[in-house]
Design a protein around this ligand. Sequence first.
Ligand SMILES: *[C@@H]1O[C@H](CO)[C@@H](O)[C@H](O)[C@H]1NC(C)=O
Ligand SMILES: *[C@@H]1O[C@H](CO)[C@@H](O)[C@H](O)[C@H]1NC(C)=O
Ligand SMILES: *[C@@H]1O[C@H](CO)[C@@H](O)[C@H](O)[C@H]1NC(C)=O
Ligand SMILES: *[C@@H]1O[C@H](CO)[C@@H](O)[C@H](O)[C@H]1NC(C)=O
Ligand SMILES: *[C@@H]1O[C@H](CO)[C@@H](O)[C@H](O)[C@H]1NC(C)=O
Ligand SMILES: *[C@@H]1O[C@H](CO)[C@@H](O)[C@H](O)[C@H]1NC(C)=O
Length: 393
Amino acid sequence: MGFLTQISILMLFFVVKVLGQDYEDDYHEYEEEYEEESPVVHLPTFSFMRIAEYGEIYHAYSYECASECFCPSTIPFAMYCDNRKLKVIPYIPAHIRFLYLQFNEIEAVTSKSFVNATGLREINLSYNKIRSSQIDRGVFAKLNNLKALHLQYNKLEEFPSPLPKSLERLILGFNKISKIPGDALANLVNVTMLDLCNNELTDSAFKGRVLGKMKRLMQINLCSNKLKAMPSDLPTSLLYLSLENNSISSIPEGYFTKTPKLTALRMSHNILQEVPYNVFNLSSLIELNLGNNRLTRIFYVSRSLEHLYLQNNDFESMNITLMCPTINPINPNQLTYLRIDQNKLKGPLSTYAYLCFPRIQSIYYGEQKKVQTEVTVTEVYTIHEVAVFPEEE
Ligand SMILES: *[C@@H]1O[C@H](CO)[C@@H](O)[C@H](O)[C@H]1NC(C)=O
Ligand SMILES: *[C@@H]1O[C@H](CO)[C@@H](O)[C@H](O)[C@H]1NC(C)=O
Ligand SMILES: *[C@@H]1O[C@H](CO)[C@@H](O)[C@H](O)[C@H]1NC(C)=O
Ligand SMILES: *[C@@H]1O[C@H](CO)[C@@H](O)[C@H](O)[C@H]1NC(C)=O
Ligand SMILES: *[C@@H]1O[C@H](CO)[C@@H](O)[C@H](O)[C@H]1NC(C)=O
Ligand SMILES: *[C@@H]1O[C@H](CO)[C@@H](O)[C@H](O)[C@H]1NC(C)=O
């Protein structure tokens, strides 16, 4: 589905953009230090670490590997156990840093397997059959070097707390999570990316200041849940908020004053009817997706905004003066793309739009919804128009 593809592309973009830096730095060092001995290895991960640190350990333990798994000699700290129909997690040797267990039939996470694996940096347990009740309490919390935990596509009903403070990326999409214990997120001070899309979260999951303590959180994905309201208490560090495909009907006045750095907001496929006029007046906002809602009234468009998606709403007119009350040639509006198809517009936008938005490259007007009255169909307009303007010099 186009919508899902968009999400995943954006997610990928963000992961690469936000986290790429770490990986590149570490990778670079690896290359410099080991240019002669080792071929350059392209790991399927963005958090490869400095090999030098572990040189000694490598010599001592490099032969140890679970018999069910594969430990490539070129990637000394990784153990690959993916796609093997495993039902239990094998014993993890102490030197392992990267553990790949995705695509198996694992139902439980037992302390026994992890007893000596305190050096783990990254665990991929996605696409298994793990239920919350089958995770030994505290098994992850003891891994105090763990940076990334992938548990997407399992059968979790609850947030898998407690988790270690060292965690930076937590991927929990496509489970059945409906509960987040009150203190579960409070100690996750280093998490930059939290993915909880496609779960069963309701508004009560975020009651009582659970997110605000995550001081480094940059990206939170809450798409395809059961939220009816905007999550309360977002951290100031947030750059990207994904809330597509929930049942959110309004955004409180001044909601984003808590998140002044917000760069992208994705809220398509909700039931927004009206948003406060000033609510998106954010100096860093670049992308705003409000497609597939029920909006009828336009709002102020901040100067930084580049992409605005408003397709499939209920706009009958779009007052450009309200979107752009002043023209400032020194600090012009950055809007380059505007999508307004599938509304109830009765004619093309005012040409004032091109003065207000001098950078605009495309306004996608597409087809509009047919407007029906009780008695007859009146004034049905379908206008196909894709206006493409050459980029400014
Ligand atoms: C974890 O496994 C999933 C499923 O195969 C894969 O898409 C993802 O890239 C893996 N993550 C890492 C960091 O290897
Ligand atoms: C864990 O490490 C200790 C100390 O090296 C060792 O004695 C023990 O056998 C290991 N546990 C397992 C299950 O291999
Ligand atoms: C959090 O990250 C910082 C910087 O990367 C690091 O110095 C600190 O030790 C981390 N905190 C924990 C609890 O791992
Ligand atoms: C929207 O969310 C529902 C569950 O709330 C899910 O079943 C459906 O697949 C989602 N739709 C898309 C397009 O992701
Ligand atoms: C937007 O915010 C700026 C700075 O906070 C403020 O000066 C301006 O009046 C606001 N614009 C609108 C239309 O609210
Ligand atoms: C657009 O809104 C402005 C300010 O409220 C108003 O003065 C103007 O008449 C409106 N324009 C149209 C075409 O409705």
